[in-house]
Design a protein around this ligand. Sequence first.
Ligand SMILES: O=P(O)(O)OC[C@H]1O[C@H](O[C@H]2O[C@H](CO)[C@@H](O)[C@H](O)[C@H]2O)[C@H](O)[C@@H](O)[C@@H]1O
Length: 256
Amino acid sequence: MIEALEAIVADPAGAVVGLDFDGTLAPIVPDPESARIHPAGPEALARLGGLVGSLVVITGRPAATAVEYGSLAGVPGLVVLGHYGLERWEGGELSSPPPHPGLITVRAELPTLVAGIAGVGIEDKGRAVAVHTRRTASPQAAFDALAGPVAELAAETGLAVEPGKFVLELRPPGTDKGVALGDFLRERSARSVLFAGDDLGDLAAFEAVRTCGLPGVTVFSGSAELSVEADIVVDGPAGVVELLGSISDAIAARRP
Ligand SMILES: O=P(O)(O)OC[C@H]1O[C@H](O[C@H]2O[C@H](CO)[C@@H](O)[C@H](O)[C@H]2O)[C@H](O)[C@@H](O)[C@@H]1O
């Protein structure tokens, strides 16, 4: 067992386990509205949530969407930080800031901006808008063609561009998953941390794990779409759920 994982298992009450949603807990699918957690995910999270100090999902989704698509409402002690940390769901209560005013212009201009490429999807998430190219004939070519215009629209409206797997998101600036995770670690007085992710937006959280000064484990949920260096690389959401189960087993095995 790697040293930082050993720290989590030896002192689970001081551990923060952080998880991304899409691509980490939920398999990637063509339609964002059809994404659902891996079938074994809710049970694995409920078990781990009862064993570690803190369990947190940090996602680009609205927090309520992750709770719904992840069947997460019953996971003990779970916190869900949505919109890269702008929103917080905990114990059934959601706190969310007012929408960024730039989103009004984005909603008005995006349909024209993407009209030339068949199959581009616009996902309006309330506090952010995502442009998806996965269902176009050439997802990477469409992504590349839209990156410049989307960046110009972001500059015009005071929003930030968050690139991901065949997605360009226009979202409020000022936070990211690294900021969200770092703040959460301080809030919980964490003594160790694990974060699992699969996409570019998760790299800031990996960096937070590496620089927070605690024993930390980065877990990459691997796929054919992206390769990222991490302490542990597993095979997609099925591998993440299996890893979470093995951590629960190791903690439970040390209990008197
Ligand atoms: O932070 P996450 O929980 O990983 O959310 C990041 C984005 O995930 C979703 O898009 C991705 O998953 C879709 C469903 O599998 C897939 O169709 C798409 O190609 C992926 O980029 C979500 O739709 C976005 O809003 C999130 O920002």
